[in-house]
Design a protein around this ligand. Sequence first.
Ligand SMILES: N[C@@H](CCC(=O)N[C@@H](CS)C(=O)NCC(=O)O)C(=O)O
Length: 253
Amino acid sequence: MIDVHYWPTPNGWKVTIMLEECGLDYRIVPVDIGGGDQFTPEFLRISPNNRMPAIVDHDPLGGGEPLAIFESGAILEYLGDKTGRFLPREPAPRYAVLQWVHWQMANLGPMCGNANHFRNYGKNLTDDPSQLEYGTRRFVGEVDRLSGVMDAQLSVRPYLAGDEYSIADMATWPWAMLIPRFLDETALDAFPHLKRWVEDVKKRPAVEVGYRVGRELGKVERSEEEEKTRRDLLFNQTNESVRAAREQAARGV
Ligand SMILES: N[C@@H](CCC(=O)N[C@@H](CS)C(=O)NCC(=O)O)C(=O)O
């Protein structure tokens, strides 16, 4: 059994999609990131960066004690190694996949997250729209550039890492399919190969299920006051937000 510390967001969907693709048994442990669950000492022991997703595998690869892993890319790689699926073992195809997984983790994910922050969330965070202009231009520009990188790759290959669907596609699809939100509604029309791939991957039964897991967790009606408290908690973090809980986690409290 694998515990998935989870909230329904793009980084979370990567993991539930892979678990569904592999038919592994798993249990969702909700981490309400607007409510502060990521700051508890118990969660920090599993995920010291106070971010979800994280997993605990009670029947780990190699045997032994339950194994905890944070960072969605590392989790996908581990599950690929554990099952022997969607991540080849031979060096050339393996690194063809891993380079795209790392590309997603270092590029598409952070740039989409920041584009979303400045373009969509920002209006609720400041009364002065001019504060958002530079960040919006920078990160929307990067998402547009990265869309071109994927489109070029997908113009010569059916999947990101080559001829086979892999963890690179699972890492990338949850962010790529949201690109219209970060650029504009018709943005994918300018990237026909990317659009074709987004639609193809979406049709996979495991993707449909993995993308829906825990959706109800994120669909709670809240007052504007409650929403504001949640935004403050998510978007005003410093070391101080987590220091006390981290110390408790280190002491094993
Ligand atoms: N690189 C990390 C990013 C994880 C991440 O940013 N998770 C967000 C939700 S998508 C989170 O936990 N946010 C909580 C917070 O900002 O405090 C991964 O891919 O696992």
